[in-house]
Ligand binder design. Structure first.
Ligand SMILES: [Zn+2]
Ligand SMILES: [Zn+2]
Length: 194
């Protein structure tokens, strides 16, 4: 199943090829960096759930294409060693998170998925919530028990690592919309200090 991708303005578009519940890993990340990223872009309200979670689908970069607006793709790092976090300059839509060049993983953020239809049907239900200890409690004053219990975060992370190794062995870090063959980012990362 190919899933269409696009920013809010529709300038940057792409495709996630062979994106199915089994080909990737859908999860919600509550870590403070995943919360800081959409906040910096001014998109916290549309990207984060009430407890600061981001709905992410992890897949191989070689299965993702940017077809229009590639010149609008920008990179942000929250620290020198942070993930490469990608977004669009036209409308500050977060695209996703990657490790450095040569690492095949992209965690596509739901805001960049433009395919009509329920994500639960397209990509399967979330396999779990990771970094729930960082979940924000300002919004509703509490983190519901169901969030803490939804899926074993260690099994989710294990699945992510297993997939990453398989993708690396298959050489699915290239071609990439984000890194050239030498592992250089297509857009120079802007590094945010704390
Ligand atoms: Zn995170
Ligand atoms: Zn845009």
């Amino acid at each position: 199943m190919d899933i269409s991708l696009g920013c809010e303005y529709g300038k940057v578009t792409g495709i996630a090829k062979n994106a199915t519940p089994s080909s990737g890993t859908r999860l919600s990340c509550y870590c403070s960096d995943c919360q800081a990223f959409p906040r910096h872009l001014g998109k916290a309200e549309t990207v984060l759930d009430p407890w600061g979670g981001t709905d992410i689908f992890q897949m191989a970069q070689a299965h993702m294409e940017i077809n229009t607006g590639a010149d609008q793709v920008r990179c942000l790092r929250l620290s020198e060693k942070g993930l490469h976090r990608w977004y669009t300059a036209c409308c500050n839509t977060p695209i996703g998170n990657t490790l450095g060049g040569g690492m095949p993983f992209i965690g596509i953020i739901h805001a960049f998925i433009s395919q009509p239809g329920e994500r639960d049907v397209l990509l399967g239900p979330s396999r779990g919530n990771v970094w729930i200890k960082d979940a924000s409690i300002d919004a509703l004053g509490d983190v519901p028990e169901s969030l803490r219990k939804g899926g074993n975060p260690y099994l989710v992370l294990l699945r992510s690592i297993r997939k990453l190794i398989v993708w690396k062995l298959k050489g699915l870090d290239q071609p990439s919309p984000f890194f050239d063959k030498n592992g250089k980012p297509v857009s120079d990362p802007e590094i945010l200090s704390a």
